[in-house]
Design a protein around this ligand. Structure first.
Ligand code: ME8
Length: 522
């Protein structure tokens, strides 16, 4: 049974990115969405550990470094620093950044290997089959397609990457013995794989029967050697997957972080690497006698205006370029709101501008701006003193408080888009309330009622500011600063608190600017 303290902890990870190229929008999407989930849990009172990092070993990285004429470590250092810079650029709140070339990881991977070996699940054999360096994965003949035209004679993996024939001595992991155990695990834990439509693919694959997995290679050097036989380099996925447990302090199982955070609550990954996380990883852990992560969430892929991002199409957008053009919180909000989390999504400038100008600038931004300027002008720049509340006031306040339950329910299954829909429903309610109550007209006729209306609105904006912190943290913070909400009363538990009448407010500033085309602006 998890202890009381364990119940309030939450350990979340992103995939670790290959360092064969700089970060792209897909990486940014994964980091932002994981960050939103992590921030949401912190706001909800959890002790969160959020891990991200880089996957630096393997043939793919070794080959790219060679192509660039640099030593692999030097190459990794350079690209890893770009991934770290991306976390800063995107205001990602990760608690740790792991690189698989770090000594802590080396020890952890070797220990996992020893445990799997001690269990009798590793044997020496000979591998003869197809391997895709780009996927760092083995494929059966029946999974491949033949090239046509000038690609004739070549064979391709389902991802489109070319495969090569590999024949060499290799250690094998007895994956074939884990099929039934995995199926039993999926059955007993129906939310182990989310969204559910991705779960079915995995279940069907396992039901077809698993073959033993080659877990070492002898034809390249860039990786972690097999303990006791360093002619063999461990399969990069065994190495990479282990990062999640390394960061908790493993193999030191008495360490505080290990006890507190392992097993992970959720691994957030893209749909292309489900098999590794929902079959190989749990099988390795079962073999090593270690607890399994509670959930693997497979998000969709982002494309650009309906087309796959690719260098050859020249439509690759860097996270930096996107932030420079639209603003960070705008990009974060757009990606989280526009794409139902789990599905594939498309970026288009038109839909981005639409979200920025309607949801952020008009709906939430204007609400804040209107209310705060009325308070500045008519209430002496102080939080107004409310009189008795009317049923309309109670309805709005009730809707604002009640949204939290809906948000939590959505986030239980990582439906980030639904969490935001619940917030924007309140934004809509608040805007309708302003129009219906018309506080500007009450100024002369009933100033006490005006004060009550503005108080109710300011307090609802406070709640909205608290709610949107996970998604647009810097803007939310600006909004809460304008309501003089202290730093230590910005969590979900503080929703029940209320603004203190008479509190002096700073001069209102717009928080969500409209997106204006450059030629319009000049
Ligand atoms: O797969 N849209 O690394 P990676 C959304 N090192 N997500 C995308 C994407 C896109 N267009 N392209 C990639 C690896 N991703 C391994 C992981 S974990 C132990 C090892 C996602 O750099 C992808 O699905 O190719 C993955 O979750 C992450 O970005 C890193 O991809």
């Amino acid at each position: 049974m998890p202890s009381e303290t364990k119940k309030n902890t939450f350990y979340i990870t992103t995939a670790i990115s290959y360092v064969n190229g700089p970060p792209h929008l897909g990486h940014a999407y994964e980091s932002i969405s994981t960050d939103v989930i992590a921030r949401f849990k912190r706001l909800d009172g959890y002790d969160v550990m959020f891990l991200t990092g880089t996957d630096e070993h393997g043939q793919k990285v070794e080959k790219t470094a060679q192509k660039n004429g640099v030593d692999p470590k030097e190459f990794c250092d350079d690209i890893a620093s770009k991934f770290k810079a991306m976390t800063d650029l995107l205001n990602i709140s990760n608690d740790d950044f792991i690189r698989t070339t770090e000594p802590r990881h080396h020890d952890s991977v070797q220990e996992i290997w020893r445990r799997i070996q001690a269990k009798g699940d590793i044997y020496l054999g000979k591998y003869a089959g197809w391997y895709s360096v780009r996927d760092e994965a083995y494929f059966g003949e029946d999974e491949l397609t033949k090239g046509e035209g000038d690609q004739k004679g070549k064979l391709f993996a389902p991802s489109g990457a070319e495969v090569e024939w590999v024949e060499e001595e290799s250690y094998f992991f007895k994956l074939s013995e884990y099929g039934d155990k995995l199926l039993a695990h999926y059955e007993a834990n129906p939310d182990f794989i989310l969204p559910h439509y991705r779960r079915n693919e995995v279940v069907n694959f396992v039901k077809q029967g698993l073959t033993d997995l080659s877990v070492s290679r002898t034809t390249f050097d860039w990786g972690i050697p097999v303990p006791g036989d360093d002619k063999h380099i461990m399969y990069v996925w065994l190495d990479a997957l282990t990062n999640y447990i390394t960061a908790t302090g493993f193999p030191d199982e008495s360490s505080e972080t290990y006890k507190k955070f392992w097993p992970a609550d959720i691994h957030v990954i893209g749909k292309d690497i489900m098999r590794f996380h929902t079959i190989y990883w749990p099988a390795f852990l079962m073999s090593a006698g270690l607890p399994l992560p509670k959930r693997v969430f497979g998000h969709g892929f982002l494309n650009i205006e309906g087309q796959k991002m690719s260098k050859s199409l020249g439509n690759v957008i860097t996270p930096q370029a996107m932030v420079d053009e639209f603003g960070l919180d705008q990009v974060r909000y757009f990606l989280m709101r526009e794409v139902p989390y789990g599905n594939d999504g498309s970026f288009s400038k038109e839909s981005m501008v639409n979200r920025i100008n309607s949801d952020l600038a008009n709906d939430l931004g204007n609400l804040g701006q209107r209310v705060l300027s009325m308070i500045a002008k008519n209430c002496d720049g102080k939080v107004p003193t409310p009189g008795a509340l009317t049923p309309d006031d109670d309805v709005l306040i009730g809707a604002a408080k009640g949204a939290l339950d809906e948000m939590r329910t959505a986030m239980e299954i990582q439906a980030i888009h639904r969490m935001l829909e619940a917030v924007w429903k309140v934004v809509g309610d608040a805007n309708r309330y302003v129009d219906a109550q018309a506080p500007w007209a009450l100024r002369k006729t009933d100033p006490d009622r005006m004060a009550t209306v503005l108080y109710v609105l300011a307090d609802v904006i406070r709640m909205l500011g608290i709610y949107v912190q996970s998604t647009v943290p810097a803007s939310a913070s600006k909004l809460l600063d304008q309501l003089a909400v202290a730093q230590d009363v910005r969590s979900f538990a503080d929703i029940e608190a209320a603004l203190v009448p008479g509190t002096e407010l700073p001069k209102p500033q717009p928080v969500f600017p409209r997106y204006v085309e450059e030629d319009e602006a000049n």
